[in-house]
Structures are given as C-alpha cells and as structure tokens.
Write a protein that binds this ligand. Sequence first.
Ligand code: SF4
Length: 274
Amino acid sequence: MCAIRHSSAGRTSRCLRDRSRRGLANRRRRDLPSAYVKSASERRELLKAVYEEARDCTCCPLHQTRTNVVFGAGNADAELMFIGEAPGANEDRMGLPFVGQAGKLLDKLLGEIGLDRTEVFIANTLKCRPPDNRDPHPNEIEACRDYLDRQVELIEPIVICTLGNFSTKLLRADMTGISRLHGREEVRVVGSRAVRLYPLYHPAAALYTPSTLETLRSDFHRIPELLALGPPAQPQISEPVPDADEPVPEFDELPPEPPPVAREREPAAQLGLF
Ligand code: SF4
C-alpha cells in the first residue's frame, strides 16, 4: 500500500459542513460538535494538501509516463461535480481536465444552464494519462480511487455527473452501461458522502453524433432541478474515539452544544492553483 497516498493529510476531512441553502429541509444527519465542522476555506486547504500528495504520487505505473498530474479544477465548494475517465494528451500537457473539444462542449452546456467552470468542479477517475489513451488498468483504478473519494468528501457536492461509461460503472460498482443509465439520478455513497449521482453521456461521444448531443443536452438541462433538491441524507458519522491515554470527559463535563444555526453556503472559493 502506498505510503504517500495514505498519509493523513486531508483525512481529517470527514466532517459535516453547512447544508446547501437549498437543502436544509433534507438534512437528517445528527449534529456533530462544531469542532468537526469544517468551513469552505478549511476544506479548500485540505483539498490543496490532497493535490500536493497527488502531484508527487508514484502509486501506480502511470507516474512514469505522465507529464502532469491532472488533479481537477474548479470551485472547491462546488455543489456540482463532473467526473470523467482519465486525462488525454492535451490535459496531460496542461495539467487541466477537459481542455479539448469535449471541454468546449461541456462549457457550452454549462452556459445553457447558467453556470460556468468557476462554479463547478471537474475531475477524472484517474489523475494521470494512460499512454496512448488506452483503457485504465484495474490496478491503476484501485491505486487512484482514494484521491477521488477524498475530493468528494472535501468538496461535498450535491450532484455528481459521471461522464460516460467508465466513471459511471466505477462509482456505481456495477457494469450497467451509460446508454441505459443516462439521465437517471440515484443516491449513492462516494467515499463517505451521499450524493445525487447523475450519469450523462461523455461530451466526446456527443461531438460527432447529433442524436447523442440532443440526449446529453436534454439530460443536462435537468441538472438545476437536481441541485434544487439539496443534498441527500448523509450516512451516520461516528464521533472520533479518544486516544486510549487521553482522559475521557464525564458526560456532565462536556460543554453544552450550541443551538443549530442554518448558515448560508460560503462564497465560492476558487481553487486558484488550478
Ligand atoms: S494515476 Fe493516480 S495512483 Fe496512478 S500515479 Fe497518477 S495519481 Fe498516482
């Protein structure tokens, strides 16, 4: 197991954050002490620490042939994430996801629903380019999966759009193809986070096939409706167990919990280093 990938930086991120302004009614997760709630800026810093890990990652053979690690780009506090397959040649060269024609189409579709890249986060399941754009190997997927889980845990999106077969099958842990699943949302747990998973055709598949483009566009236009549902109920999160040599406070020594306060989502925190 890779020491770099499993270092503790960023793993303290299993926290609750304020619900989306559109999702307060959906919250069922019990309140945790405020010490475990991270602000958007704290989560952003933790995300940068994960990026620093990934940038030096040698956990699978792809590190030998990459030019840049393509960690992802966008808003570290995004309600909407897109997850593609793996970087291509342009992405590898620039260190950014979706920079070619498929990326331009993604930008166009985002514009049609009133969003742009600064408001979403775009990543891939693999952070390094497979040589000659070959399919990822199982050992590469396994080695890289932890980065994706940690991204989701820190960004805390409401909706994740998987783009194409590869990320859809990976995040659903099921071999059902995109042609059957596109446009059908469901709640799934990614990492420790429950999200609204929404499979879409990959924009590259829609570039030269008008019927696929129309289907992608139609599915895409439902994204605002899904975002408006707010986050789904989250899995129960256990409070950290104190170290064995730390005295455990008696119940009546614990400070009183502050009353729950509904807070607005913090202003967008753009990951400037991308
Ligand atoms: S693909 Fe992922 S696991 Fe493999 S070297 Fe790159 S960052 Fe590490």
